[in-house]
Ligand binder design. Structure first.
Ligand code: FAD
Ligand code: NAP
Length: 552
C-alpha cells in the first residue's frame, strides 16, 4: 500500500506519556501527570471512564470491598464530599463516581474514547515509544503506562456449539448498556465465581426458570449489604487519616478491619466458632481476617472452610444441592472469596436448578439448549459468568516491542516477568499499573492503584529533573524479584487452587502464581526503599547528563 506524501510528512503527535486505559488506574495516572506538568494522552477502548465498572453491568454487580474503602484517597475533598449510598455500592453508582471524578478533575479533554491501542514499539535511536491505535494513527511518547486492568479481558469459554445458540448470550464482563429483562425466560448461567454468585440471585427473581451450571463450587460469605447511615459515613470521614494509613501500611490486603493477633489453632473450638460466627454475621471479605494463619496452614484453613460448609448445609434445604454447593477442591481464600447477597438461599427457590458439570460436563450447546453428558436443558437466554484472561490478558492483546524487537508476549511466554510488577527488563520507560508481581488483585485494588500511580509519577518526575532518557528494570533485579514472588507464593496455600491467580482458567496459560502475596504494606516499603536508593535495580540512561559530563 502506498502512503501519500502528505500523510507521511505529517509528524506524529508527541506526548510525554501515553496511558492505555481509563479505569481507576488511568484516571488517577492522568490526574497526577497533569499535576506535574507532563503532557499526557489516555486511550480507552470503551466509550466512557470507569473500566471494570463501565463493562461489568450485569445484574447484582457491586464491589466486594466496602465503598467507604473502595474509593480514591488522593483527594481529601473528594472523599469528604462523595456520599456512598450502600455499604457495597452497586455498579451504576460506582460508575457514577468514576464519571464524577472525571468531571471534577476535568479529565475528559485528555482521554480519547472508543480508541483501542493495538501496538507500542520502542525506537532505540530516538528513545521514544510509537503507539498505534486501531484507527491506524500513531503517536510518540517518552513513557507508556499500561493501565489496562487485571480483569478486563472477558473470556468466552470454548464450548462446542456456543455460536449456534439462537437465544441471547451475555458475558458478565461485557454486559450491554441497555436494560436486560429476563422476565418469563428460561435462563442458564455458566460459572459460579464472584460474577455468577452476584448475578444468580437477581436473575432468579426475574427468570421463569434459572439453571446454574457449576463446575467448581466456591466459598462465599454474605455481604450483609445495607444502606449506609449518616453516622457511619461520618465515622469513616472523621477517621480517614488512620483508616487510609492502615490500608496502606498495615493490612496485608489493603482493607481496614480489626486484625487478628493469633492463629486459628490457638483458640479452642468454642472460641473459634464464635469468632467465625461474628465475622460471618458482620459479612464480607474480612471473614478471612479472623486468624492470621488461614492462608498458611492447611489445618487452620480447614476450620474456616468447615465452618462455611456447615453454613451452606444450614441454608440450603435440599441436602444433595447443599452438598454440591459445598466447596471441597481448594482451601478457603485460595481463590478470591466471593461476597454475596442470598446466593445459597437462591437454591431453595422452586425455579432454580443446580447442575453439576464436573460430574456431567457440558458436551455442546445447541440452538436452544445446553447439553451435558447427562441431560439437555432447554433455554431462552444464556449468561456466561466465565471470568477473564486475568492479569496478562489485556497486555497480551497489544503488540508491545521493546529493545531488539523483543515482544512482551514472547518474553512472557512462560509466564509474566517483572521487577516489582512495575516494569519488565528490555522494555524501557514502559510501566504497568498493578502488574503481575505486585499485590494487585490480592488487595483492595484502589489502594494498590494509588500506590503504583504515585510511584510512577515520582519516578518520571525524578527522571525529568535529572534529564534522564530511559529507565528499565535490570535482568538481575527482575530475576531475583520473580524468584521472590514465587517463593513467597509457595509458603501459602494459594497455589493449591486452580485459580485465575495461577492462570489455571485459561487452557495453555503457564501456571505461575502471578500476584505478589507478600502484603500491601511490606511491598510498599520495598518500592519506597528502591526509589530512595536512586531506583535500585533499574538501569537509567541520561544522554544530556552524560554529554555534559564528557565535555569536562
Ligand atoms: P480496569 O478498570 O479494568 O480498566 C482498564 C481499562 O483499560 C478498561 O476500560 C479497558 O477497556 C481499557 N483497555 C484495556 N486494553 C486497552 C487497549 N488496548 N486500548 C485501549 N483501552 C484498553 N477490586 C477491588 O479491590 N474491590 C472490588 O470490589 C472489586 N470488584 C470487582 C468487580 C468486578 C465485576 C470485577 C471484574 C473486578 C473487580 N475488582 C475489584 C477489580 C477491579 O478490576 C479493580 O478494582 C479496578 O477497578 C481496576 O481498575 P483499572 O483501571 O486498573 O482497570
Ligand atoms: P471467575 O472467578 O474466574 O469464575 C469463572 C467461573 O466460570 C468459574 O466458576 C469457572 O469454573 C467457570 N467456567 C469458566 N470456564 C468454564 C467452562 N468452559 N465451562 C464451565 N464453567 C466454566 O470469574 P468471575 O466470577 O468473573 O470473577 C473474576 C474476578 O473478578 C473475581 O475473582 C474478583 O476478583 C473479581 N470480581 C469481583 C466481584 C465482586 O464481588 N466485587 C464480582 C465479580 C468479579 P472453574 O472454577 O471450574 O474454572
Amino acid at each position: 500500500m502506498s502512503v501519500s506524501p502528505s500523510a507521511s510528512a505529517t509528524p506524529a503527535a508527541h506526548y510525554d506519556v501515553v496511558v492505555v486505559g481509563a479505569g481507576f488506574s488511568g484516571m488517577y495516572m492522568l490526574h497526577r501527570l497533569r499535576g506535574l506538568g507532563f503532557t499526557a494522552r489516555v486511550y480507552e477502548q470503551g466509550s466512557g471512564v470507569g473500566g471494570t465498572w463501565y463493562w461489568n453491568r450485569y445484574p447484582g454487580a457491586r464491589c466486594d470491598v466496602e465503598s467507604m474503602q473502595y474509593s480514591y484517597s488522593f483527594s481529601e475533598e473528594l472523599q469528604q464530599e462523595w456520599d456512598w449510598s450502600e455499604r457495597y455500592a452497586p455498579q451504576p453508582e460506582i460508575l457514577r463516581y468514576a464519571n464524577h471524578v472525571a468531571d471534577r478533575f476535568d479529565l475528559r479533554s485528555d482521554i480519547q474514547f472508543d480508541t483501542r491501542v493495538d501496538a507500542a514499539v520502542f525506537d532505540e535511536t530516538k528513545k521514544l515509544w510509537s503507539v498505534t491505535t486501531a484507527d491506524g494513527k500513531t503517536v510518540t511518547a517518552k513513557f507508556v503506562v499500561l493501565a489496562t486492568g487485571c480483569l478486563s479481558n472477558a473470556r468466552k469459554p470454548d464450548i462446542k456449539g456456543l455460536d449456534r445458540f439462537k437465544g441471547q448470550v451475555y458475558h458478565t464482563g461485557h454486559w450491554p448498556h441497555e436494560q436486560v429483562d429476563f422476565t418469563g425466560l428460561r435462563v442458564g448461567v455458566i460459572g459460579t465465581g464472584s460474577s455468577g454468585i452476584q448475578s444468580i440471585p437477581v436473575i432468579a427473581e426475574q427468570a421463569s426458570h434459572l439453571t446454574v451450571f457449576q463446575r467448581t463450587a466456591n466459598f462465599s460469605i454474605p455481604a450483609r449489604n445495607a444502606r449506609l447511615l449518616d453516622e457511619e459515613r461520618a465515622w469513616f470521614r472523621a477517621n480517614y487519616p488512620e483508616i487510609r494509613r492502615v490500608e496502606r501500611e498495615v493490612a496485608r490486603n489493603g482493607i481496614y478491619t480489626d486484625l487478628p493477633d493469633r492463629g486459628a489453632l490457638d483458640d479452642g473450638d468454642n472460641e473459634r466458632r464464635a469468632k467465625y460466627e461474628a465475622r460471618w454475621q458482620r459479612g464480607g471479605l474480612t471473614f478471612m481476617s479472623a486468624y492470621n494463619n488461614l492462608a498458611l496452614d492447611q489445618v487452620a484453613n480447614d476450620t474456616a472452610a468447615n465452618f462455611v460448609r456447615e453454613k451452606i448445609a444450614e441454608i440450603v434445604k435440599d441436602p444433595e444441592t447443599a452438598k454440591l454447593l459445598q466447596p471441597n477442591s481448594h482451601p478457603i481464600g485460595s481463590k478470591r472469596i466471593c461476597v454475596d447477597t442470598d446466593y445459597f438461599a437462591t437454591f431453595n427457590r422452586p425455579n432454580v436448578t443446580l447442575v453439576d458439570i464436573k460430574s456431567s460436563p457440558i458436551e455442546e450447546i445447541t440452538e436452544s439448549a445446553v447439553r451435558t453428558t447427562a441431560c439437555e436443558y432447554e433455554l431462552d437466554a444464556l449468561v456466561l459468568a466465565t471470568g477473564f484472561d486475568a492479569m496478562t490478558g489485556s497486555v497480551a492483546k497489544i503488540d508491545i516491542r521493546g529493545r531488539d524487537g523483543l515482544t512482551l508476549n514472547r518474553k512472557w511466554a512462560e509466564g509474566p516477568r517483572t521487577y516489582l510488577g512495575l516494569m519488565s527488563a528490555g522494555f524501557p520507560n514502559l510501566f504497568i499499573i498493578t502488574g503481575p508481581g505486585s499485590p494487585s488483585v490480592l488487595s483492595n485494588m484502589i489502594v494498590s492503584i494509588e500506590q503504583h500511580v504515585d510511584w510512577i509519577s515520582d519516578c518520571v518526575d525524578y527522571m525529568r529533573e535529572r534529564e534522564l532518557d530511559t529507565m528499565e528494570a535490570t535482568r538481575e533485579a527482575e530475576d531475583k524479584w520473580v524468584t521472590h514472588v514465587n517463593e513467597v507464593a509457595y509458603t501459602t496455600l494459594y497455589p493449591q487452587a486452580n485459580s485465575w491467580y495461577m492462570g489455571a482458567n485459561i487452557p495453555g496459560k503457564p501456571r505461575i502464581f502471578m500476584p505478589y502475596i507478600g502484603g500491601v504494606g511490606p511491598y510498599r516499603q520495598i518500592c519506597n526503599e528502591v526509589a530512595a536508593k536512586g531506583y535500585n535495580g533499574f538501569a537509567m540512561t541520561g544522554a544530556a547528563r552524560q554529554q555534559r559530563a564528557a565535555a569536562f
